[in-house]
Design a protein around this ligand. Structure first.
Ligand SMILES: C[S@@+](CC[C@H](N)C(=O)[O-])C[C@H]1O[C@@H](n2cnc3c(N)ncnc32)[C@H](O)[C@@H]1O
Length: 267
């Protein structure tokens, strides 16, 4: 998803939480909470979107900063944070910024970009810039978690046909939103795909209330490429698992990476 996918107010942003009922790979929140208990805070959620993880982590007692480049996604996150108890509300801060180029005063025990946030970086320069910025913002010994999907090779050729998918969710107003990706185009040289999505909102009688169109652009990264990028960016103790329950790396599953900023890191 080019970041533009989330940058316009509209059905995509409004329906994000309703459409995302399950996350591929299992319980990312429990996994991040477990690591956060090991590293201690503060925590940095990169590409935090609507605060899906940042908010419950603040409720669980951690100091959290959520960074995202989309103002509309952060509006949703801030509205949810305003409902927190005052102590939890004080533990969370949202910052509008780009994960490839940001400067925060804190040094974090744990930084993470889950649900494929890293795949929104569309070339190696952007990926390396984000890894360098994450490393700078970690305490020595702190951990970075990234979660990508491991690409299905049969879907990568330019003439590949994607299976049809429909996501459905209910907005707080009670109306139903259906989101359909279609006509994905892949560029195997840049390892990028662009996928138009149509969002349709209907009332209880089935009448169409709104329709929105957005294009999701993402870059896929192979597992050894990801390992080399993390190493090149100065991380160590690399661990990859295939799901949030700790399963081994698996073809076409999730690539969930945990990497450490070295203890002896003068940068
Ligand atoms: C799929 S959502 C993930 C949100 C959240 N991490 C979650 O798990 O629900 C992707 C988010 O990444 C943000 N994003 C994309 N590119 C970004 C960038 N370069 N820097 C910061 N945020 C970015 C988008 O604005 C969007 O909110």
């Amino acid at each position: 998803m080019s970041a533009e996918f989330y940058e316009r107010p509209g059905l995509n942003v409004e329906s994000y939480d309703a459409l995302l009922s399950t996350v591929p790979g299992g319980d990312d929140l429990a996994f991040i909470r477990g690591l956060a208990s090991e590293t201690g805070g503060p925590l940095l959620e990169l590409a935090c979107g609507t605060g899906r993880l940042a908010i419950p982590l603040a409720e669980a007692g951690f100091e959290v900063v959520g960074l995202d480049r989309s103002g509309p996604m952060l509006d949703v996150a801030r509205a949810k944070a305003a409902e927190l108890s005052p102590p939890a509300g004080k533990r969370i801060r949202f910052v509008e910024g780009d994960m490839t180029d940001f400067d925060l005063p804190e040094r974090f025990g744990l930084a993470f970009a889950v649900f494929r946030g890293f795949m929104l970086l569309l070339d190696v320069d952007a990926q390396m810039a984000a890894l360098a910025a994450a490393r700078r913002h970690l305490r020595p010994g702190g951990l970075l978690v990234l979660d990508l999907f491991d690409p299905r090779l049969d879907l990568l050729p330019p003439d590949a046909v994607m299976p049809e998918r429909v996501l459905t969710g209910r907005l707080p107003s009670g109306s139903i939103v259906e989101a359909r990706p279609h006509d994905r185009r892949t560029d195997p040289v840049r390892q990028v795909f662009a996928e138009p999505w149509v969002f349709v909102e209907r009332d209880a009688a089935g009448t169409i209330l709104r329709e929105d169109h957005e294009t999701l652009t993402m870059r896929w990264t192979y597992r050894y490429e990801m390992r080399h990028l993390l190493t090149l960016a100065g991380f160590e103790d690399l661990r990859e698992q295939g799901d949030y329950a700790g399963g081994p790396p698996a073809y076409a599953g999730e690539q969930i990476w945990v990497a450490r900023r070295p203890e002896e890191d003068a940068r």
